[in-house]
Design a protein around this ligand. Structure first.
Ligand code: CDP
Ligand code: CDP
Length: 204
């Protein structure tokens, strides 16, 4: 069976958490496409050209351990503005989306550009304050020394860059179901996502 679920939204909205749970629920594979941009961004921190890094990217690069840092997140959103970088990453994402057995992809442009014909599209959001607090707690939990103001500024800066870029800007697809997780616990957000997908896939 081929079934593709596209989950987009701004930083720390809960896309990854929801995507993993949705993939487990349906027995589908999951690709966090942010990792592609993070892997390219990480390479640029040691001076590599972003377009060359994107062209040379392999699945193994996504397992690098240091991709979840705020520095890499910023570098990722900077390389994500470059059309040639985005173009170099399209085939990998589309091949993943088409895999037999079903796929969940989360990112910024999955429902709009990568998989415009996805069977189900969700746009997951939450207020910037809520998202920044979640990311702050996540980073502090991992032992990162950082303050709330820095995390909020990072989230807002990346949101603005992601929404204002010319290529594949962050925005909900016309046919996406909006899920605002500001006031939802994780289990409630997952339940809302599964309910929305079940409605779109009566064949499941
Ligand atoms: O993938 P994305 O950046 O959109 O967000 P995430 O990594 O899934 O979630 C960011 C943090 O918020 C994680 O620590 C989640 O556990 C937490 N979270 C939450 O507290 N409540 C939710 N409804 C969803 C996520
Ligand atoms: O987890 P979080 O939402 O904070 O970030 P991410 O999903 O890992 O994405 C990091 C950066 O990669 C984003 O700020 C975007 O600039 C970029 N990105 C993108 O442009 N398109 C995607 N499909 C996924 C990520």
């Amino acid at each position: 069976m081929r079934f593709t679920i596209a989950i987009d939204g701004p930083a720390a909205a809960g896309k990854g958490t929801i995507s993993k749970a949705v993939a487990a629920h349906y027995g589908f594979a999951h690709l966090d496409t942010g990792l592609l941009y993070r892997a390219v961004g990480a390479r640029t921190l040691d001076g590599t050209d972003p377009i060359e890094a994107a062209k040379a990217l392999t699945a193994d690069d996504l397992d690098a351990g240091n991709l979840r840092t705020p520095e890499v997140a910023q570098a990722a959103s900077k390389v994500a503005v470059i059309g040639e970088v985005r173009a170099a990453l399209v085939d990998f994402q589309r091949a993943f989306a088409r895999r037999a057995g079903g796929a969940v992809l989360d990112g910024r442009d999955i429902g709009t550009v990568i998989c415009p014909n996805a069977d189900a599209k969700l746009f997951v959001t939450a207020s910037a304050d809520v998202r920044a607090e979640r990311r702050y707690l996540e980073l502090v939990g991992k032992g990162t020394e950082i303050d709330r103001e820095t995390v909020l500024a990072d989230v807002k800066e990346r949101d603005a860059r992601d929404m204002e870029r010319a290529e594949a800007p962050l925005k909900p697809a016309d046919d996406a179901v909006l899920i605002d997780t500001s006031d939802l616990a994780i289990q409630e957000a997952i339940a809302a996502a599964v309910a929305a997908i079940d409605k779109l896939s009566p064949a499941e």
